[in-house]
Design a protein around this ligand. Structure first.
Ligand SMILES: C[S@@+](CC[C@H](N)C(=O)[O-])C[C@H]1O[C@@H](n2cnc3c(N)ncnc32)[C@H](O)[C@@H]1O
Length: 291
């Protein structure tokens, strides 16, 4: 019997959700480091000091708070960080299991059934949506809103009515063809909006020897979602075709990282699972502007 159980991505993440936040995943830790240095540069300390350059006067959303779409929010690792920075988040994922973890966390903050965190925190709206249904091809194929699944119609209304300041998508791109991902992002961020796209992904060097997956105690097998190896060159090339320009004027915005070359140091900083990854570039992060 194969020790790998390949499943549709949302099914795999429904299973993974039970341990996703606690299984000592090294890539998530590298992602935390990258995100913690980038987000403060993208989001003004008081989000009410929103840049004027990407205001859209036609939108009926007059709030000055920053609004961000999170594609593949999962259990909310970054959703909560954003909300606690005062950012309003439209959080999208198509795994019910992952979203259940997020909504449980949001309720804990709030102490009731609404999806708001704290009084000073940004509002979080959660949508169970397959983001590939917002790619150019898929949008053209949708003839009526009645045909849209899950929360797709509600998400469409939200992005049409709000000024979107940026998109964040962390560790999701691996599961989606590049053209589909960037056409979706360009659909959400209007041309010339100057809005940002913060994107992280498993690095191609790690992807060459591994892919996302987790050890499922129940089935005693490694569960694997659909996964693609996207190289940095391919990502930048496809992004350019959809009007996304790399922000390269800020030091460290585009970064490739790993756990380093020293076994003991890596284990000390990232835990036992880091040993396997010593010397491997694991994480790729980049920020684009929509032109
Ligand atoms: C590795 S997790 C990352 C979650 C979160 N962004 C983080 O960094 O912790 C990948 C997430 O992408 C979601 N995902 C993958 N393909 C998707 C799709 N087509 N539509 C919506 N969500 C998707 C999965 O359900 C999962 O929650």
């Amino acid at each position: 019997m194969s020790t790998h159980h390949h499943l549709p991505t949302s099914t795999a993440y429904d299973l993974w959700s039970t341990v996703y936040d606690t299984d000592g995943n090294v890539l998530q830790q590298l992602d935390d480091i990258y995100i913690s240095t980038i987000l403060p540069s993208l989001i003004p300390q008081s989000t009410s000091t929103n840049t004027t350059e990407n205001k859209d006067e036609d939108k009926d959303d007059n709030t000055t708070a920053t609004t961000v779409v999170e594609l593949g929010c999962g259990t909310g690792r970054n959703t909560l960080k954003l909300s606690n920075m005062g950012v309003n988040v439209l959080a999208v994922d198509n795994s019910r299991g992952m979203l259940d973890k997020l909504t449980t966390k949001l309720k804990k903050y709030d102490g009731d059934t609404t999806t708001t965190t704290t009084t000073t925190a940004g509002d979080v709206q959660v949508f169970e949506v397959d983001i590939t249904t917002f790619s150019t091809e898929a949008v053209e194929a949708v003839e009526s809103e009645e045909e849209e699944r899950g929360d797709a119609a509600a998400f469409r209304t939200a992005i049409n009515n709000k000024r979107i300041d940026g998109i964040i998508s962390t560790l999701v791109l691996e599961h989606i063809p590049l053209r589909t991902f960037f056409s979706t992002a360009s659909h959400i961020l209007p041309q010339s909006s100057n809005a940002w796209l913060l994107l992280t992904n498993m690095h191609e060097s790690m992807g060459a020897i591994s892919s996302a997956g987790f050890w499922d105690e129940k089935s005693q097998r490694k569960v694997k979602p659909v996964s693609y190896v996207h190289t940095k060159a391919e990502i930048l090339d496809e992004a350019g075709k959809w009007g996304f320009v790399v922000v390269d004027d800020e030091e460290g915005f585009m970064r490739e990282s790993g756990v380093g070359g020293d076994v003991e140091d890596a284990k000390g900083r990232f835990g036992g699972r880091a040993e396997k990854w010593v010397g491997v570039v694991m994480h790729f992060g980049v920020v684009f502007r929509r032109v």
